[in-house]
Write a protein of this length. Structure first.
Length: 133
């Protein structure tokens, strides 16, 4: 424990603070004793140990958070890639439908039935390729 005395003195209207008693020329206004408790070595060591434990736990939680965030980002990237592949397959199938339609309109009467069958099959494939998952 530490002790300190504080004296509040008035000298000609000016207030002064001191750790020693007021002089004869000063009027004492207040006297306070301040006590401070210094923690024991054991309490300081316990606080230090608690701080280190909490710091280690905080680091562990931060590492877990980072791993979880990386996992989520990886899953999002995988989902984006899958979505892009699906869109590319759908676009390709739509282009094949367009070409099959062109083949049907320009087909000779003899091969018109074959072109129509091909168009029907390409449309079915496009419907499957463009179906939302």
């Amino acid at each position: 424990m530490a002790f300190a005395d504080i004296y509040q003195c008035d000298q000609n209207g000016q207030i002064q603070y001191s750790q020693s008693p007021c002089t004869v020329n000063q009027k004492q206004l207040a006297h306070n004793s301040i006590t401070t408790n210094t923690p024991s070595k054991e309490a300081q060591q316990a606080a230090q140990n608690r701080y280190l434990r909490e710091k280690a736990e905080l680091n562990k939680l931060e590492q877990q958070r980072v791993k979880e965030q990386e996992k989520q980002e990886k899953a999002a990237a995988k989902q984006l890639a899958k979505s892009q592949q699906h869109k590319a397959a759908c676009d390709k199938a739509q282009l094949q439908v367009k070409w099959a339609k062109e083949d049907t309109t320009s087909a000779a009467p003899k091969s018109e039935a074959k072109a129509n069958l091909k168009l029907k099959r390409v449309k079915e494939k496009a419907a499957l390729a463009c179906k939302s998952n």
